[in-house]
Ligand binder design. Sequence first.
Ligand code: HEC
Length: 163
Amino acid sequence: MKIPQLSLFAGLFALLFAGTVHAIEIATPPDVDYSALPPLGQQWRDSNPYRDVAAAPEIGRVAYNQSCARCHGADAATNAAPAPDLRNLNRACWRIVNTDLKARCIADKDAYFAKTVRHGKTIVGVMHMPPWQDVLPQELAWSIQVFIEAQAATKARAQAAAR
Ligand code: HEC
């Protein structure tokens, strides 16, 4: 009698544990009107097409706060959130003086951003971030990146002023 009881317990435990892990990793779609952004279609771009689009940062801010802030911190303005401070994503590119190299660095970061957001982050079987590609239109993903970059620029200006 002992052994079946034990395996039943182990099975229940595995089920509960699996349930808990998935429950916190749900990708919640933002509810934001992004009709002010030029539409991009289904095929994901490799690089951010919205850096010069005036409406992008505000739409990105709203979408970010609805879907990303609970892990990455409100308004992308903290390095004390459970998930990485996304303002640091393009930091390696800022110091590059050569304009061609800088453009390549940013293109590389754009591709990394899109890949990470679309597929999420699973490391040795543990889901750190859920995949977003089925719930987040790329228009919102790219506008979120534009918003994060605006926050990074604000932080850099504040740091320069404090020096
Ligand atoms: C459930 C929590 C959670 C949510 C919600 C979430 N993320 Fe993440 N994200 C993480 C974690 C944790 C990592 C770090 C994974 C690792 O590398 O260990 C991460 C990593 C990333 C990275 C890579 C960062 C780097 O330095 O390499 C990007 C980009 C990113 N997230 C964007 C987003 C965006 C955009 C959203 C909203 C659409 C979002 N995340 C929502 C938890 C989350």
